[in-house]
Design a protein around this ligand. Structure first.
Ligand code: MSP
Length: 531
């Protein structure tokens, strides 16, 4: 495979714009020709707003493979999966990237502790991440590793470009460095001489180092933030203030250890792990045919790494002459039983444990129902079980089981679905556009409540009204299509049973009347958990 070049204006860049411009009109024509009923015109409007058929590129942070993945890693990855699947539902052309961040002192030290070479050490941990994502039903397009050859090549090419531009110069770094964060700190960042994140004593470094002229990009960065680059909005202010106040050039190379990519213009230095890691998003934007999905539509990250993504990253891209990502979304952190997640204190819940409590879909559901996306949240097994029992079993599970069993006995008869008008689709669309995933999920569940009330009020078990049962089955179709990004396994079970399509391009199914077929009473979707 040819690795496309990185020159602005060369093939990968022009390809992105041509492609976006080309595909849109084709799909518009297809819709206009085949779907010109009044009803469908309204539907086209929805799809246009949701930017149907556009390319959509979403990423997670690349995780340090120094241990197995836990709830914090799962959170970002499931969020990206939900957003990626939602884009598939509306027919967008999606690329979803995740992976591992394998260079740097932190990994080198972790490998040394186990008496292993860094590459052998990470080779053993990478399958644990892949396995966790498989179990969580994560549908990514590429799992990038920063030790991948194409990535190392891109890093060297960008470094050369930025160096040639005069944005990299040789100096000496003297200051604090936390290996846990792989980050430089100033005295005023410290809390009792400790790293503010890891609460551990911090290293004092003094070594020759190359610096990136970050200060040169202050004005441009401040301009960028005006366009709504940082999400959620409440995280913006702190970054803007820091960029205004104190934007120093940062060190982009280390000389005191070896595990990393050598600088192409001075092989005694290895590339700072964050410079290397951030570029994964660009390397991973190319698919197997060499077509690029760049720029990213959204980078999902945790709040602790917002500075790297909202300051270093756009400045590096500006220097390299590459388009900027559209948005960075920084979510909050999870605690476990109200304590900070910490392996040493046994306060950690890994992915296998998370799934074991109540199943994959209940775990995925819990993460986005329990706490507003963007804010911090607390995990406890009991809270997960309560939501599984009271919401998934009692609301969604109950609706499916009651309606399917009544249909098995009485059948259905087609009629216009007036119940569906109560589904706030516009609202859901707006939430998803702003990545307010939790609110979209709330809205879907509000409609599930409405459907359950409808059953209660209309009493179809007494009236045997086939038309009411049709409305309910057709509403279940809409619910299931919208739930697929959140709970793919459950949605696929329901769709098979009721006979409609979920997944890719299934959004249009919502407004197509359900085709009548034999429906049997469903298996129990969520078995209640007693503790
Ligand atoms: N390797 C860097 C990211 C480089 S991206 C170019 C890194 N890796 S990490 O493994 O330490 O963390 C990855 C992500 O997990 C971060 O977004 C971080 O916020 C997230 N989380 C780690 N612990 C978390 C919680 N307790 N809760 C939620 N997310 C948390 O940083």
């Amino acid at each position: 495979m040819r690795q496309p070049g990185i020159e602005p204006g060369s093939k990968p860049f022009s390809m992105v714009t041509e492609w976006e411009g080309f595909i849109l009109p084709i799909y518009y024509w297809r819709f206009l020709i085949f779907n010109l009923t009044a009803f469908n015109k309204i539907f086209i409007l929805y799809l246009t707003e949701l930017n149907m058929n556009k390319k959509f590129y979403v990423t997670t942070p690349i995780y340090y493979p120094n241990d197995i993945p836990h709830i914090g890693h799962a959170y970002t990855t499931v969020a990206a999966d939900i957003v990626s699947r939602l884009n598939k539902v509306i027919g967008n052309n999606v690329r979803f990237l995740t992976g591992t961040d394998e260079h740097g002192k932190k990994i080198e030290e972790a490998a040394e502790e186990k008496n292993k070479k860094p590459k052998d050490f990470v080779d053993e941990l990478v399958p644990k991440f892949k396995d966790a994502w498989k179990k969580l039903n994560i549908e990514y397009d590429r799992f990038i590793r920063t030790t991948d050859k194409d990535h190392e090549k891109i890093v060297k090419e960008i470094l050369t470009k930025v160096h040639d531009k005069g944005d990299i110069y040789l100096g000496e770094y003297e200051g604090y460095y936390c290996t846990g964060c792989e980050a430089y700190y100033t005295e005023k960042d410290l809390e009792n001489d400790c790293c503010p994140i890891h609460k551990k004593k911090i290293d004092l470094l003094k070594e020759p180092s190359y610096f990136f002229r970050l200060s040169k990009y202050q004005k441009k960065l401040l301009e960028l933030y005006k366009g709504g680059f940082i999400f959620p909005k409440f995280r913006e202010k702190e970054i803007i203030n820091r960029v205004k106040e104190d934007l120093r050039d940062f060190s982009i190379s280390r000389t005191s250890f070896e595990w990393g990519i050598p600088l192409p213009f001075d092989r005694k230095h290895i590339t700072y792990v964050w410079f290397d890691a951030l570029l994964n998003y660009y390397t991973g934007s190319f698919d197997k045919t060499g077509k690029s999905y760049w720029p990213a539509d959204v980078h999902f990250i945790g709040k602790d790494i917002i500075w790297f993504h909202c300051v270093y990253w756009p400045a590096i891209l500006m220097s390299a002459g590459i388009k900027l990502p559209k948005k960075v979304f920084a979510h909050g952190w999870w605690t476990f039983d109200r304590e900070k997640i910490s392996k040493s204190r046994g306060k950690v819940i890994n992915v296998n444990e998370l799934i074991k409590v109540a199943g994959v879909d209940s775990a995925r559901y819990f993460l986005f129902r329990a706490t507003p996306f963007g804010q911090d949240g607390d995990f406890s097994e009991q809270a997960l079980i309560d939501r599984h029992n009271n919401e998934l079993a009692d609301k969604l599970g109950n609706l499916i089981s009651r309606v399917s069993s009544l249909i098995e006995k009485n059948g259905v008869q087609k009629r216009e679905n007036t119940l569906l008008k109560k589904l706030k689709i516009k609202q859901i669309e707006k939430f998803m556009k702003n990545y307010e995933i939790d609110k979209a999920l709330n809205e879907i569940f509000a409609f599930i409540d409405i459907c359950n009330e409808y059953v209660q009020n209309k009493k179809p078990w007494e009236s045997k009204d086939k038309k009411i049962l049709y409305e309910l089955a057709d509403s279940i179709k809409a619910i299931t299509v919208l739930l697929w990004p959140f709970m793919p396994e459950t949605s696929e079970k329901i769709s098979n049973q009721f006979g409609f399509k979920v997944g890719k391009e299934s959004f249009k199914e919502i407004n197509k009347p359900l085709k009548i077929k034999k429906i049997k009473k469903s298996e129990i979707l969520f078995k209640k958990i007693q503790r």
